[in-house]
Design a protein around this ligand. Sequence first.
Ligand SMILES: Cc1ncc(COP(=O)(O)O)c(C=O)c1O
Length: 438
Amino acid sequence: MEKLKFRNIPGPKSKDLLQKAQKFEPACSLDQTPVVWDHGDGVWIWDVDGNPYIDFTSGVLVTNLGHSHKGLTKAIQKQAERLQNTYSFPTPERIEAAERLVKTLPPHLTRVFYLTTGSEATEAAIRVARRYSQKTEILSFYGAFHGRTYGAMSVGGMRNIRNKFGEMVPGSVRAPYAYCYRCIYEKTCPDCGFYCIKVLDEHLRGNSNNNLGAVMVEPYQGAAGFIFPPDGWLKALEQWTRERDLVFIVDEVQSSFGRTGRMYAIEWEDVKPDLLCLGKGLGSGLPVSALAGTDPVLEAMDPGELSSTWGGNPLCSSATLAVLTAIEQENLSNRSLEMGNYLTPILHSLQEKYPCIGDVRGRALVQGLEIVEPDDGFSPSKELTRKIVFNAAERGLLLGKVGIFGNVIRIAPPLVIKKEEIDLAMEILEQSIALALD
Ligand SMILES: Cc1ncc(COP(=O)(O)O)c(C=O)c1O
């Protein structure tokens, strides 16, 4: 494989387009490394100046199949020629997509409702849980990200998402997540015996109006910085939830469809949520999300009460069928695990070499590098993170950055990545770190 050449970014064509974007789009949509994407193939992206990049973002953990996957592209093309929108009139594609998706789920989740975005799926989960439980409070977690619409934002636990929007939807009760690297209780896991779960009742005594109906949680926190709770934590939380007869909602909008080396991240802990929110990788590029649930919980809604203009539209349903076929035929969950097993030791060896990597955490092809000040080895370094991400883009590797403190590098390539591509990406990452420290 050819080595990638250094390029100044943005290139001339990208620069012109970005200037235009600055004129016609609000600043809030211009928060990325300045690379204007033109086309993609597998894990590769080319910008409008013709520069190739290895994509370690998957367009925010969406394109699990890789860019412009042939089977998916064909399915969309074929469907587009036949029928594109029906609103809630059913189509064979939607019904088949529902059946196929249900078959991939743990058996207790028997139905799915198709929507368009992840936020729509989490919003729907909140509505259903409130209706079913007849209670309004939802326990969620510090650092949680469930979307940017009002209900989703209100149960979210990141201040910068709710920043200066005034009052949120009432009913949200938040407690600390198992962010063991920066445990706010200053405990050490596993010796603490999941202290953050042990104190939940105490926490509720001060924060709840005794009207708690549900718990909503991500199996790992994405936006907060790829924070992976210790093994057994999600199971312990499920048990706590069951003992209190609460609706258990797991938000797998980003962690599903092979990303963690299993179809769903909940499989690692064998937890059985009442509601499961899905999105991103489900369409692998097309806007598809879904709310999966058990019969009794979903049946709390009357006909017509969940509805969305494009939910289950024929184009997205055909895309979903193509995605599910590709995941199965290309064995993408196992592939993700295999490539993750190859990648993880390389990331750990970088951590040993560079004290600015405070923590490496993740599973399969979703890994986070928490970047810290090399002097003290712990304070979050947003600036160093920014520099590494920029240096990498100049050398042909696209990375994302996330985190409560903006100091986590997101490693999440399409699941079709090969070992040689990982090697190349890691070489670039190492150069980019060394340069940022210079
Ligand atoms: C866990 C989780 N839930 C919900 C969402 C919101 O999804 P969307 O941006 O499609 O509305 C995201 C998006 O990043 C997410 O990671």
